[in-house]
Design a protein around this ligand. Structure first.
Ligand code: HEM
Length: 475
């Protein structure tokens, strides 16, 4: 017992000494000219991790911002961090001086998705892949898949057990997965591949946020095994395409066919797999969370729901009560629904912040951001700042009748790593809302105020709800 206490005390002393030496080093280097941002680093090593995780993380960030201003330091999960809550600071890190800040993720996450995926990389390789992904998710490319997204939405809504309580978030996850598969593999992927991809992807998804202990039977270990299987399935699909000489215009096709100036293929199968799995990951929970929030906000505001319904009914009737397919042009004319989506993105701010790491000592407004420190632009704080969005806690889509001030609305990030899937996500949401409000009644079960983080915020229990066919011509 006594030995145990001695070891703990000894460890704490060593950690305090290491922290002290680290701070001294930075103080000396800048000779007092630059100072670290205000803030507190908490206890040695554990820093303020407990404070952050024992409450709603947004309360932690907001309290810090109130106390220290728009740039402050803290220490979480073993890393010293600088948090930035102003639009200029977010622009500095993500756009203007992006080369001084590299993307950074825990090793376990990088391993799970694949180290060659877009989000983990920088420089030429990143730009090459990004161009390919952007071209497959551009408005021109999306225009062509509107009918197929609509088919997925209609069949998902039809398949639900009407009248039974559903978990909205889980239901929306299935939808966003299917739309992801469509974007990546086009409409022609064999059913057996879809089933295998889905099965293994959901095992990876379950283990992604689990504790990273790679011993048999843990969620993490199962996820790693499923991740290997995903690579094998993708190799099989690529092999078959090559054998048949098929050249497709979907994302897989773009990645497989990309060539350099000399006409040589640019990517190997592993790089392609990492990026396919990366896109599936980036597309699924994000879109599903926003879909869940939009249904919650609409459910809580009958007047707004009615106005959205009027907008959508106009299109529905033009399309002869749904017997004609929705067109790209019609999705562009859904002005109010689009504003509801933007306001949902702001209010829910499902990606509250992002992480970067300083690759050199950087000066920002007289403060030092030391090399190796994590840097976190706080999107949610910016979206909830009354200087940029009046009455920020009120859900008010009309605020988007005027464009927000520059760099104050960042639901899809900004700069070289900004989300290339933003138009697809919005299109998917528009199509879902169209079919939901014109043909169904959606009723949230119970009054929902609590939020779960998994890791994106969603209403508690995934927003239990009932869906019923609306009486009328389509019933
Ligand atoms: C409403 C849904 C979505 C939200 C809120 C969202 C948000 C974001 C944000 C904030 C980033 C930047 C992260 C950073 O800078 O660290 C990002 C990156 C990314 N997103 Fe999305 N996203 C959504 C849907 C999608 C979809 C549907 C796809 C693909 C089909 C997608 C693919 C990606 C990819 C590949 C990246 C990495 C880009 C890069 O590193 O260059 N996202 N997303």
């Amino acid at each position: 017992m006594e030995i145990g206490y001695s070891v703990i005390i000894y460890t704490i002393l060593v950690l305090m000494l290491v922290s002290y030496v680290f701070m001294r080093k930075h103080k000396r280097k800048f000779n007092g000219k630059l100072r670290l941002p205000p803030g507190s680093m908490g206890l040695p090593y554990i820093g303020e991790t407990l404070q952050l995780y024992s409450q709603d993380p947004n309360v932690f960030f907001t309290n810090k911002q109130k106390r220290y201003g728009e740039i402050f330091k803290t220490h979480i999960l073993g890393c010293p961090c600088v948090m930035l809550a102003s639009p200029e600071a977010a622009r500095f890190v993500l756009v203007k001086q992006a080369h001084l800040f590299k993307p950074t993720y825990p090793r376990s996450k990088e391993r799970m998705i694949g180290p060659s995926a877009l989000f983990f990389t920088q420089g030429d390789y990143h730009m090459r892949i990004r161009k390919l992904v952007q071209s497959c998710l551009s408005p021109e490319a999306l225009r062509a898949i509107v009918p197929e997204i609509e088919r997925i939405v209609v069949s998902m809504l039809d398949s639900l057990d009407h009248g039974q309580v559903i978990n909205t978030f889980h239901t929306m996850k299935k939808l966003s997965f299917d739309v992801g598969i469509l974007t990546i593999f086009g409409g022609k992927l064999e059913e057996r591949y879809k089933v295998e991809l889905k099965k293994n992807y959901f095992i990876v998804d379950k283990g992604y946020n689990s504790f990273p202990t790679n011993i048999p039977w843990t969620l993490y270990n199962r996820a790693i095994q499923a991740r290997k299987r995903l690579s094998e399935i993708l190799s099989e699909i690529m092999h078959e395409r090559r054998k048949k000489g098929e050249v497709e215009k979907d994302l897989l096709g773009c990645l497989m066919e990309s060539r350099d100036e000399k006409g040589e293929l640019q990517l190997n199968d592993e790089q392609i797999s990492d990026n396919i799995i990366g896109v599936l990951f980036a597309a699924q929970d994000t879109t599903a969370s926003v879909l869940t929030w939009i249904l919650k906000y609409l459910g809580e505001d009958p007047k707004l729901l009615e106005a959205v319904k009027v907008e959508q009914m106009g299109i529905y009737e033009t399309n002869e009560c749904g017997s004609q397919p929705l067109t790209w042009a019609q999705t562009r004319s859904m002005t109010l629904t689009n504003r509801v989506i933007l306001e949902t993105l702001r209010m829910a701010s499902i990606i509250s912040f992002t992480f970067r790491e300083a690759v050199a000592d950087v000066e920002y407004k007289g403060f030092l951001i030391p090399k190796g420190w994590k840097v976190m632009p706080l999107f949610r704080n910016i979206h909830h700042n009354p200087d940029f969005f009046s009455e920020p806690d009120k859900f008010d889509p009309s605020r988007f009748m005027n464009a927000p001030k520059p760099n104050t609305f960042l639901p899809f990030g900004s700069g070289v790593h900004a989300c290339p899937g933003n138009e697809l996500a919005k299109l998917e949401i528009l199509i879902l809302v169209h079919h939901l409000v014109t043909k169904y009644r959606f009723e949230v079960v119970g009054y929902q105020t609590e939020i779960e983080y998994g890791p994106f915020p969603v209403p508690r229990h995934g927003l239990p709800a009932r869906l019923r066919r609306a009486p009328g011509p389509s019933a």
